[in-house]
Design a protein around this ligand. Structure first.
Ligand SMILES: [Zn+2]
Length: 679
């Protein structure tokens, strides 16, 4: 019943997926078969009569389920990049099977017993650093889910987890319902003054789709953001800003205040059950930042440096608004509007001016050239492996000795069936087994401007940095050089994973790098440096206020998760306290951030919001190391490759980083780059 096409190893060049032979109906039976196979592999481990050893338990576990991993990666990658209703339907059938399987592993007491037996004697085992990390990670995947608890407490934990997942769902549904409920219909054309043509058009279409006359605006970002940025009508800006800021804070059926309190209290209880003082302590145990104290200190240090700059920028903006429109007090609904006007006045940067210098083929070639100089990698386009869509480009990546480093897929243009945004993923991890270093298959997927009949694909500068960003993630995958698959490549702590991607973006702003690829697609002229200077300056426009905003969200997150929340009775009151030193705009009583802060109450960012800024500190600090001796310094590149890019999650990221940099990351480089401090 199971078709050979999906059985690993694939009988193909480099063992790449045989995309064109896969039929949708193959998936479900193959998944079922692969899960059964993985279960059998686990059974072999738990029923092994020999005493548990690192090899027969921890290593065996890490290499189990290979067939399942490979078809999962193919299936779910395609569900993002080349999906259709049929695939989505299959995904809905497969997902519960997969979560059932992974729950069964976490709850497998025989398996945990063996893992714990090894963990308890780990000091006597003479393990390498990588092996220690693997053991620790595996042990914690059980203990952090309650494996060490008594039956009674285990049941409490399950109960909490069940409630939490319902509450998070409810939280998200309420926010979504509030977003969908609000409509602002404009019938007088004068009220559209200031808005770009595209925004007006979209609003007209939105009205038409709901059989209404006029222009309809909603709280969806593509509608809301341009409105508050460009609309000359202050009253309407106020109306839509307050609507966005008061989501699920109206005391009605869609209110989230109780949900916020319940979620934070349950998380706290869960952490206590597992032996942690707070939810933040629980989360941060598996982060580079390590402890709530460190995160708090990090945010406070940034705050100290960013606040004076933010206040200065705010004052400037106030006087700009006063001069322009006689605004006496700058309100929340004025910020984006006057900031945009000021930005236009200062930089007048136009995407159309830059695009001719960034032909897609040249930018890709630039990324390849830069990585060739830094890491001796060669990219050769190949046509002898299968692809899932004709637009996909395929490459063989090799090192200076000609050895295969990775297979690389690049999929650049939007089409029906591809989700929005840009991402990196892999079709096969890297690992070492039986002394063979099995190389990875890495992919990046983007949605860039398509070529037309008369013009090639010309990228906006934002698309250029996006390509470099995803390419940086790809390098992390391609250069992986670890033994165990679960520690390989981008399998690192959450607050470390953006270092390789964000650092690579820095080369896009450097003259020496741009000279390699940013040439006019018609004349061949290299992009003028004054344009680059403008890009740099506009990229850090209002950086003080932006930083303050990010810090405020991080502090709010920590205030909910870094202490016992049972004392907190009033959501808005608590929020006011958390924001006390970080707000610039006058307070509005009808708004509340927490009740629609989906990142931390619905998504996975609880006690993790700080990581946005954390990653920036890392990439700025690391890039500054390159800049000190030249952005193409091979020695530094080698150190970055040896200690970061190739090491995956084999050791604590701080250890890896310090080995590369010689010291812990400091925020000064970011503050300098952002123009917040002088030197
Ligand atoms: Zn990223």
């Amino acid at each position: 019943m199971i078709k050979k096409t999906l059985i690993t190893p694939f009988n193909t060049k480099y063992n790449t997926p045989p995309f064109s032979n896969i039929e949708n109906e193959d998936y479900l039976p193959t998944f079922k078969e692969a899960i059964a196979l993985a279960r059998k592999e686990i059974d072999l481990i738990t029923t092994n009569e020999a005493a548990a050893t690192f090899e027969n338990t921890i290593v065996a576990l890490d290499f189990s389920g290979e067939q399942l991993d490979r078809i999962s990666s193919i299936f779910f990658n395609l569900n993002s990049a080349e999906t259709n209703e049929e695939i989505q339907k299959i995904a809905q059938e497969i997902s519960p099977l997969l979560s059932e399987f992974s729950n069964d592993i976490t709850l497998n007491e025989d398996l945990f017993k063996r893992v714990k037996a090894i963990y308890d004697i780990k000091e006597s085992l003479d393990l390498t650093a990588e092996q220690k990390t693997l053991l620790d990670k595996r042990y914690k995947s059980f203990s952090r889910n309650g494996a060490n608890l008594s039956e009674d407490k285990k049941n409490q934990l399950r109960e909490i987890d069940k409630k939490l997942s319902q509450l998070k769902l409810k939280f998200g549904e309420n926010v979504l319902a509030e977003t969908n409920k609000f409509e602002m219909l404009i019938t007088d054309e004068n009220d559209l003054s200031g808005l770009p043509e595209g925004t007006k058009e979209a609003a007209k279409q939105m009205a038409e789709s709901k059989e209404k006359e006029g222009w309809l605006f909603t709280l969806d970002y593509p509608s809301y953001i341009p409105f508050v940025t460009y609309s000359n009508n202050r009253e309407l800006r106020k109306k839509i800003t307050l609507a966005a800021g008061s989501k699920s804070f109206k005391g009605d059926a869609l209110d989230n205040q109780e949900n916020v309190l319940e979620i934070t209290n349950l998380r706290h209880k869960r952490a206590n059950l597992l032996g942690y003082t707070t939810h933040a302590e629980f989360v941060l145990e598996e982060r580079m930042a390590e402890t709530p104290e460190k995160v708090q200190a990090f945010l406070n240090e940034l705050l100290l440096k960013a606040k004076p700059a933010a206040e200065k920028e705010f004052k400037n903006l106030e006087s700009f608004a006063k001069d322009l429109d006689n605004i006496d007090e700058l309100e929340k609904w004025d910020g984006s509007y006057y900031a945009e006007k000021l930005k236009q006045k200062l930089f007048s940067l136009d995407d159309e001016l830059l695009k001719p210098y960034f032909k897609l083929e040249n930018v890709i070639d630039g990324a390849f050239k830069i990585t060739n100089i830094l890491f001796d990698l060669n990219f050769e386009e190949i046509h002898d492996i299968d692809k899932y869509h004709e637009d996909v480009l395929t490459y063989k990546v090799s090192n200076a000795s000609g050895d295969l480093v990775s297979v690389f897929y690049a999929d650049f243009f939007p089409r029906a069936g591809k989700r929005n945004g840009a991402w990196m993923t892999s079709y096969k991890p890297q690992y070492i087994k039986d002394s063979i270093n099995s190389r990875p298959h890495i992919s990046i997927v983007c949605n860039f401007t398509k070529p037309t009949k008369s013009k090639p694909s010309l990228l906006t500068f934002n698309e250029v940095t996006t390509l470099f960003h995803e390419f940086g993630h790809a390098l992390h995958g391609m250069l992986a050089n670890t033994t165990y698959p679960s520690l390989s490549g981008t399998n690192v702590y959450w607050d470390f994973v953006e270092l390789p991607s964000q650092i690579l973006e820095n080369w896009c702003y450097e003259k020496e790098a741009l000279e390699l690829f940013a040439t006019h697609y018609e004349t061949g002229e290299v992009i003028p440096m004054d344009l680059i200077e403008k890009i740099k300056k506009s990229a850090t426009f209002h950086e003080g206020m932006q930083t303050l905003r990010q810090i405020s969200f991080g502090l709010l997150d920590m205030s909910w998760h870094g202490q016992d929340p049972s004392k907190i009775k009033n959501v808005k009151g608590h929020e006011k306290e958390a924001f006390e030193h970080v707000t610039l705009y006058p307070e509005t009583n009808e708004t509340c951030m927490s009740t629609s802060f989906s990142h931390i109450f619905q998504g996975g960012y609880s006690s993790g919001y700080y990581s946005y800024k954390w990653a920036e500190v890392l990439d700025a600090d690391a890039f500054e190391y390159f800049k000190e001796t030249g952005i193409f310094n091979k020695e530094i590149a080698q150190k970055f490759k040896d200690n970061v890019l190739s090491k995956g999650g084999t050791e604590n990221p701080m250890t890896l980083y310090k080995r590369f940099r010689g010291q812990e990351p400091k925020p000064e480089a970011l503050l300098r780059r952002a123009g917040l401090i002088e030197n």
